[in-house]
Design a protein around this ligand. Sequence first.
Ligand code: UDP
Ligand code: MG
Length: 206
Amino acid sequence: MTADHPEVSLVVPCHNEAENLSALYERVLAVMNQTEKSWEMICVNDGSKDDTLDRLLALHHKDPRVVVIDLSRNFGKEAALTAGLDHTRGDCAIPLDADLQDPPELIPELLTKWRDGYDVVNAVRLSRKGESWLKRASAHAFYRFINRMSDIPIPEDTGDFRLLSRPVLEALSKLPERRRFMKGLFAWVGFRTTAVYYHREPRLSG
Ligand code: UDP
Ligand code: MG
């Protein structure tokens, strides 16, 4: 821990995730203890209609490393993630879904690649347990379409779950786009990039 900022910032967009937050916190806590890195977990409440905000505030009171941002309404995941990334203070940031589909247990592998000198470490899904044939097929078609349209390929089977170094975060924060598709921007900014692989679990609850 440097005096005034943590080494790792986790960023979690949260829309109606009340039932998932304590499990998320426990798993993050166990993993981050194991890494021995200082950390913060920035949780962005994106206009939830359930108890998400109260649960987040309770976590913050228990553990001030949990930082809460409360958006004024539901802006959608891309905007929530952008708001969270803009508030990170860490030397790197890791976006993470609240529903535990992005396993926190992969974080040590992301950090190892970062230590090896990579600025972007993508977490690539090997399977989509619990997702229908239709969802898998439509996701595949989506990437084929996007990658035909664009010069910068967006890696298929990669969500927002990845590690971004501070130089990447600075580059992202300078982009003027107001309506953001983060996966596209993550690929567009470039930098030394690698990947680690994992099996995607079904959404925990909700
Ligand atoms: N999310 C959000 N705002 C929204 C929709 C979703 O912040 O309007 C969050 C949600 O709470 C979760 C992440 O974005 O942490 C991914 O959402 P979801 O699990 O619904 O998406 P999928 O797993 O289908 O990609
Ligand atoms: Mg999900």
